[in-house]
Design a protein around this ligand. Sequence first.
Ligand code: OGA
Ligand code: MN
Length: 379
Amino acid sequence: MAKMAASMVESKDDQFRKIFKFYKRRNPPPDYSDVIDFSKAVPSDKIVAAKLEPAEVSDVEAESVGLQPVRDWRAFGLKDYPGFLFISNPFLRGSQAFWARQCLKTYTLKPNVCNLDMHMSPSDTQDIWSKSVHELSAAPSGKREPKTLLERLRWVTLGYHYNWDTKTYSADHHTSLPADLYLLSLRITAACGFPGFNAEAGILNYYRPDSSLGIHVDESELDHSKPLLSLSFGQSAIFLLGGICRQDAPTAMYMHSGDMMLMTGQSRLLYHAVPRIVPAPQGEAALEREGVSLKVGSVLEPVSEEDWLLCSSYIQSSRVNVTVRQVLGPGQSFPDTQSAHQRTDAGQLVGYHEDKVVGNHDDQSGKRMRSSSWDSGQT
Ligand code: OGA
Ligand code: MN
């Protein structure tokens, strides 16, 4: 009885959950008039122009990772959230296509880890992209087509592979972070006043139109003085930024393709969530392939016509979010106690339900990412 009363008080005061449900609602759809749109933002009583460090990144360095000169970036902060930084799509025209392709075709390759590894063998998940191209071209016409691997992909981990069960990273489960993503992260964080950021872990979330990401705090990294960087491609999202407790009502904002966020300082450990995916304002042109001219020294590569076909069809209805994290501070190492829990290989996790594994450092439900097709019959 006492327990029930306690949970009632908790849900009544849980302003975050209330607003999360508001934006997640399908019928009737929510009113979006309170959602901040930084693509149209001007400084106001809530929004402040953020100061960047253009001298830290040369125009050539920015261009080599597909970014505009830093002096042209439109960067904002929020008055009530010191340490939170939002950069409205600073990518050069055409260059997002390369990063989206990397997220779908390259970062999904082994030795990186993905949700499909939890119940499939490494040989079955070893080339999600090519298998999906093949599945699509071989799809029997007329019949209800089974979902491609790409459509079933929910997350990929890079670098120190996040263990969803123990909520830890560990020295024993590490592969190298893709060099291009490392460099992109280094340039962005330097421009934002965090030189020497050491990108050590990445989590990619793949959102279908009905996916959401539960309320959580990213606190597993051992050094919270380092920023958490978030980048998105494809369809837009409603992102909720809350406070240090669930009673604090969150602020809603759009995250469009190419937008970036940094959670630093006092904002590093705030609750946040993605209750909803929304269509990109420009529709299919959320991201274009044309327009980029690649110079010597660029980490970008041309995206072939063939790659673009699958990439653009995926991104037409989906969103990819990449978060990049520095796990350890300078000279820091993992405490011994963590190695007792770590996951040694993907095979150990066979038998877990996908939904449970995806889920995690989350709200009471214990689930991190959801999509309504999984919700039915499971929650
Ligand atoms: C995360 C996260 C937000 C997003 O992966 O920890 O908060 O916009 N992602 O997908
Ligand atoms: Mn997060």
